[in-house]
Design a protein around this ligand. Structure first.
Ligand code: SIN
Length: 513
């Protein structure tokens, strides 16, 4: 690292170098900004792994109102309709912004954007790049733009460990650098740290995405929303590789079928079949596996011979384990994929703690509700990054005092993974959730490498216990029905710890909501 980050005190700090963080930094220019990234920019960010693309109503037969209706239907009654409307109406312009920045989207020979179909979309509206390499291409263009913007100082190899808060406002970031701990005085911080897949044994996310942004926000006193809603992708490639390679929903959008070992299309009786909302397909696959079947994607007829050309990343993942999709069935099963919940934010990305913003998967705007519509997340990150930057620019910088830099351990989710995987999978039930909360509580209260992942897991487990209904991706076998009224949930670390203490001391107290 050639720059001493202490010399950059006072600048807004963006934590995270995925699509949300990079786009926010670009929108802030020419305001000088510091962007902290743990891995080298572009490496190990789940954004770069996105196959699906960006959803936007760009087709002649489409309209933002239709995109909104599909999003609200998939969200199963829990979306914030106002937030969803704002974001989705901004989607077509965000695609144009990215194209202007140099993103090479897939186009027809006539130069028109090619629009793909994914589950629960009533129109073709997914913009891709490089077939199934959309995230990689968007990241390439954004990293190049950031690297050539002189007011953006990127520092790699830095991990934010704590946010300092005084009188209820953010005053700085405690970070771990290659030279040791450092304190960055700043009154304006944006969390863009991505998701929580690293907290699960089976996920399609990079293992390093283990909820660090949620831990930073929660320990700073921020309110978090809808944490119990975790999306499982129905079709991860079943095999020994971790993280699990994703088989994009776009493959089903091009006609691939889900079959079992007998060749039966077991989703035949489900409305929408292979293209039903993701939570419904994931549950159906999960149950079929639990009944002792094996489940496969059959791409031999459709998309057929064009498969490897349309989906080169997936074809290569299959070939590494000896599967030729043109000839063989592809074994699949559900894996953790996306977190609908996150740090509660308004449309300017403001959290409940002054001086703290959040953008991308770590944030909860209310767009996704109980089940995210495919390919709405990169769209959300790009649209909201502009509003976060506008809100931050409109917030005057405050002088903050320097503080002593001290070290906090780097988060290690190894002990937490089996606990969350057991209790917070596709199907949940009160007893395993209580057991997880009891096991996570002492880990969360320690001050070691497990404590931040455990604190995040504990908040999710308590939120899942409190939601005594099944809705979208949160399915309780002991409460299989919808509640009469859909309510978004909120939680703070202190209240989660208090609730878990009650579960720990009295196994009968599930109703501490
Ligand atoms: C996929 O390509 O199936 C994933 C798209 C998404 O998660 O939005």
């Amino acid at each position: 690292m050639s720059v001493d980050i202490r010399d950059l005190a006072g600048r807004p700090v963006i934590i995270g170098g995925g699509i949300a963080g990079l786009t926010t930094a670009l929108h802030l220019a020419p305001e000088p900004v510091l962007l902290l990234s743990r891995p080298p920019l572009g490496a190990d960010a789940s954004s770069a792994w996105a196959q699906g693309g960006l959803a936007a109503s760009l087709g002649e037969d489409d309209d933002p109102a239709l995109h909104l209706a599909d999003t609200l239907a998939a969200g199963d009654g829990l979306c914030d309709a106002q937030a969803a409307r704002h974001i989705l109406y901004g989607a077509p312009a965000a695609i144009e912004d990215l194209a202007r920045l140099g993103v090479r989207f897939d186009r027809t020979p006539a130069g028109v954007l090619r629009l793909g179909l994914e589950a629960a979309h009533s129109r073709r509206r997914i913009v891709h790049a490089g077939g199934d390499g959309s995230g990689r291409e968007v990241m390439r263009a954004l990293v190049a733009a950031v690297r050539s913007t002189p007011t953006i100082e990127v520092i790699e190899g830095v991990e934010a460990r704590r946010l300092l808060v005084e009188d209820g406002r953010v005053t700085g970031v405690l970070a771990s650098c290659s030279t040791g701990p450092a304190f960055l005085a700043t009154g304006r911080v944006v969390l863009a740290t991505g998701g929580i897949g690293g907290l699960f044994l089976d996920s399609t996310n990079p293992m390093g995405s283990c909820g660090q942004g949620l831990a930073l926000a929660a320990r700073a006193g921020a309110v978090l929303a809808d944490l119990e809603f975790i999306q499982f992708h129905p079709t991860a490639l079943d095999g020994p590789r971790r993280p699990m390679p994703l088989i994009s929903e776009a493959v089903r959008g091009e006609g691939a079928a889900l079959v079992d070992e007998t060749g039966r299309r077991f989703l035949d009786g489900v409305r929408g079949a292979e293209l039903a909302p993701r939570d419904i397909v994931a549950r159906a696959v999960w149950k079929h596996l639990a009944d002792g079947h094996r489940v496969f994607l059959d791409v031999r007829e459709r998309p057929g011979a064009a498969f490897a050309q349309h989906f080169p990343t997936i074809a290569s993942a299959c070939s590494k384990v000896g599967i030729d999709p043109a000839r063989d069935l592809i074994p699949i099963r559900p894996a953790q994929h996306y977190h609908m919940g996150g740090v509660a934010v308004d449309l300017g990305g403001r959290t409940s703690v002054p001086g703290l913003w959040a953008c991308g998967e770590v944030a909860s705007t209310g767009l996704h509700g109980a089940n995210r519509l495919a390919s709405n997340s990169l769209t959300e990150a790009v649209v909201c990054a502009r509003w976060v930057a506008e809100s931050l620019t409109g917030t005057p910088a405050r002088r903050t005092k320097p503080a002593i830099a001290s070290d906090c351990p780097s988060p290690d989710p190894t002990t937490v993974r089996p606990l969350l995987s057991r209790a917070l999978g596709v199907l949940r039930d009160g007893e395993p959730l209580k057991a997880a909360a009891r096991a996570l509580l002492p880990l969360a209260e320690r001050k070691d490498a497990a404590s931040d992942p455990a604190a995040v897991g504990l908040m999710i487990a308590v939120a899942a216990l409190r939601r005594q209904e099944s809705r979208g991706a949160h399915h309780r076998t002991d409460f299989p029905l919808h509640a009469a009224v859909a309510r978004r949930s909120q939680i703070a670390l202190e209240s989660a710890i208090a609730a878990a203490r009650e579960f720990a001391s009295s196994p009968m107290l599930e109703s501490v909501a």
